[in-house]
Design a protein around this ligand. Structure first.
Ligand SMILES: [Zn+2]
Ligand SMILES: [Zn+2]
Length: 434
């Protein structure tokens, strides 16, 4: 390659000229225009590097997606290769293989997996390279728009496609079959973009639930801009609210219905034995990630609706003894926990002698009042004194004794009728004060 310089200053006027003949002609023209002697010369070897830098910075080259990573920028080949996204060969990296190619402006094209394995294996492991290569491919490989319509196809897209709460075998999903199979009822489809990766495997880079007959699609997961473009090219429009009426499969498991976190609505209603349809006023709410729909219940305190299984607590109303569900946030504010049954109660708890709170129900069945004045206790704490007076064990320990002959409980000063002889021994010898 040739360039033209001003002889007196060394300033480069123009570079990258293919032939010496062309450079000669330009030098003569500039000499006349500038009134200074200009000369052609063979480009210095390093000039190709500044040419590559200016192409990268100037946007003539598309930077690779990992351009900002330290492992890439700090590697020794970074400043030699000027690697960028190939425009000539889709899905490949274009780079300058050596000095000679640099001067002659010749590029080498390689798939990202092969490129990184060849030059970056000292800083990247195999899994890293695979991940980066797949990401690169999802951006630059030619992508194909497809529509999955059957339960099996739809499940495959969710199992292998972009991450979300419904993707793969998510640990929160507890249903026996993948909940997204429900979409395969005939009305809806899952639009997705796929490409073939370096190992020849089909990879899914984006997906969206859509309704082909109405040409609408919902939220897009993964490489959204590409899928949106592909769908809009086919005259689909984004519309999350118009899926009303679309059928979903009605699959029962035990007493619940299998349902994904619905990406195109909030609830469904019964259609027939086989199908649900999406409805704004459906009784089955479909916002759970566990794989099931639920019938929402209103909290009578805050009047909002909740999933009764996960977000509500059953509370016993003391006055009527009925059970009512309140939401998880209202419950602690308006109820107490009965220390006898461990359940939430709404009403007035009873303070027991040991500072526990009991519900009136528990107290009426299993509690008693200590007639010595030590408060209310569990029945098993009861000690009967003399002619049927109920004391708590606690009160008896301080104020009572047992007859050593007949074991009868009595007040401390009493003499048992069973024995006229003065042989009374107090219940607890340490407590004797006389
Ligand atoms: Zn509430
Ligand atoms: Zn006695």
């Amino acid at each position: 390659m040739f360039e033209v310089i001003v002889v007196s200053t060394g300033e480069i006027l123009i570079s990258d000229l293919a032939t010496g003949h062309e450079a000669e002609k330009i030098a003569i023209r500039y000499s006349n225009i500038l009134g200074k002697k200009c000369q052609p010369r063979v480009m210095k070897a390093d000039n190709w590097k500044s040419r590559e830098v200016s192409r990268l910075l100037g946007g003539a080259y598309t930077s690779v997606p990992f351009d900002r990573n330290d492992w890439f920028r700090e590697h020794k080949v970074y400043k030699e290769h000027f690697a960028h996204v190939s425009k000539k060969e889709l899905g490949k990296i274009s780079f300058t293989a050596n000095e000679n190619d640099g001067i002659r402006d010749i590029k080498t094209h390689m798939s990202p997996g092969r490129y990184l394995t060849t030059f970056y294996s000292d800083v990247l492991c195999r899994q890293n390279i695979e991940g980066i290569a797949n990401d690169f491919a999802s951006r630059y490989e030619p992508l194909h728009l497809n529509f999955a319509t059957t339960p099996d196809e739809i499940e495959r897209i969710y199992m292998n496609g972009p991450r979300s709460c419904m993707a793969g075998s998510h640990p929160q999903i507890t249903s026996s079959v993948h909940p997204t199979r429900v979409y395969g009822a005939g009305d809806l489809a899952v639009a997705y973009l796929s490409y073939v990766n370096e190992n020849g495997k089909e990879c899914i880079s984006a997906r969206s639930v859509c309704w082909p007959a109405r040409k609408i699609y919902g939220r897009v997961y993964g490489n959204s801009s590409k899928l949106i473009k592909a769908l809009e090219d086919k005259e689909f429009k984004r519309n999350d609210n118009d899926f009303e009426g679309a059928r979903l499969l009605r699959i029962k498991e035990n007493d619940k219905f299998i349902m994904p976190y619905l990406e195109c609505g909030l609830s469904v209603k019964d259609y027939d034995d086989e199908y649900f349809i999406i409805s704004r006023v459906g009784i089955y709410t479909c916002i759970c990630v566990n794989g099931f729909a639920y019938i929402a219940v209103e909290c009578p305190h805050c009047n909002r609706t909740f999933n009764p299984e996960t977000s509500m607590i059953s509370v016993i109303i003391d006055a009527t003894n009925e059970e009512i569900r309140y939401c998880n946030s209202c419950t602690p504010m308006i109820t107490y926990i009965c220390n006898y049954d461990g359940l939430n109660h709404r009403g007035n708890p009873i303070l027991m002698g040991n500072n526990q709170y009991w519900s009136p129900q528990a107290y009426s069945q299993f509690g008693f009042q200590c007639e010595g004045g030590s408060g209310k206790w569990h029945l098993r704490e009861k000690v009967i004194i003399g002619d049927g007076i109920a004391w708590s064990r606690e009160f008896f320990r301080k104020n009572g004794k047992r007859c050593i002959h007949c074991d009868r409980a009595m007040t401390r000063g009493e003499i048992c009728r069973c024995n006229e002889v003065e042989e009374q021994i107090p219940f607890d010898l340490n407590d004797v004060t006389t």
